[in-house]
Design a protein around this ligand. Structure first.
Ligand code: SF4
Ligand code: SF4
Length: 305
């Protein structure tokens, strides 16, 4: 079966919705020149704090044709992860994005479903899906696809979903119908995210990872900044954002790890390595491992490591 670009665009959006994504927009796969310059200047200022992967493949990040030959289109999908229930405030906190199973695995399945569906109607199409697995400037593509703007907290803000969203992309060599309008930046005079950041890691539209809790409590070695109450990640700048106040909770089935929202401070304190490996077997917490998590928990509760 052959599809024209309008039909294929509608098909991808419908299939993405059926796979569970909360939003889908499409952008032309042009070279991201401005965004690449912005990335270069951020790297040159050393704000990536030695995260070497950020500095690799800058050309690929800017040019989709280096990821998919003759790339014509980028479909961007958002998946809301704002939890319907928060952890007890007295417990050491985990960033919302890690309330469930590792989002890479969860989203990869959804992307595979969309790709398989596209292949059934347009088998000749070259198509690849990405979710933080390749050098892709997801936020820039989301802006170009008309899904939101990049806020002063350096994150994508969707006017309907806020910033607690995972971003997945599909690059393909088929022409599609592209977003004709981009969302205008609606941060205005607000500085809530900047004011809420305990480490003063944010300047408008720029994050200094050296000062960011989320960078320190997820990397190997000693933390270089106070962690406040976060043992994994940090959400202060997002929790402060007015665009996250009225957004709906996520609709993901079988995503949440119940212990994350049910554990008391004492449960975290009693957590041992076998239990960690069982309960959090599919969690992003595995990225830091038990020893680092325990050290972070000790910092949160004021105990010596
Ligand atoms: S994640 Fe936390 S430490 Fe990092 S910029 Fe946001 S509020 Fe600041
Ligand atoms: S807190 Fe205010 S300035 Fe920061 S991203 Fe949200 S709207 Fe923009």
């Amino acid at each position: 079966m052959t599809h024209d670009s309008r039909q294929l665009t509608q098909f991808i959006k419908q299939t993405a919705a059926e796979a569970g994504f909360d939003a889908c927009g499409i952008a032309a796969a042009t070279v991201l020149e401005t965004e690449a310059m912005h990335l270069d200047s951020w790297l040159a200022a050393g704000c990536h704090a030695g995260m070497a992967y950020m500095a690799r493949n800058v050309a690929k990040r800017a040019n989709p044709a280096l990821l998919v030959e003759n790339a014509r289109s980028v479909a961007v999908m958002l998946l809301n992860y704002k939890p319907p229930q928060r952890q007890p405030a007295s417990a050491p906190q985990v960033a919302y994005y890690a309330y469930g199973v590792d989002y890479h695995d969860y989203i990869r399945e959804k992307l595979a479903a969309v790709i398989a569906a596209v292949k059934t109607v347009a088998p000749e199409t070259a198509i690849r899906g990405f979710v933080d697995t390749a050098p892709v400037l997801e936020k820039a593509w989301a802006v170009r696809a008309g899904l939101g703007w990049i806020g002063k907290n350096n994150l994508l803000i969707s006017p309907t979903l806020g910033s607690f969203t995972f971003i997945a992309t599909l690059m393909l060599d088929a022409p599609l119908e592209y977003a004709t309008q981009q969302e205008k930046n609606r941060c205005g005079k607000c500085t809530r995210c900047i004011d809420a950041c305990p480490g003063r890691a944010l300047q408008p539209y720029r994050l200094n990872a050296h000062r960011c809790i989320s960078y320190h409590n997820k990397r190997k070695g000693k933390n270089g900044v106070p962690l406040e109450n976060y043992c994994f990640g940090c959400d202060y700048c997002q929790l402060a954002c007015p665009w996250n106040e009225k957004t709906p909770p996520h609709r993901m089935n079988r995503w949440t790890i119940p212990e994350i929202v049910n554990f008391s401070a004492g449960d975290w304190e009693r957590l041992d390595e076998p239990a960690f490996n069982t309960i959090f077997a599919r969690s992003a917490l595995q990225d830091v491992g038990f020893a680092k998590l325990k050290a972070n928990l000790n910092v949160c509760t004021g105990k010596p490591s």
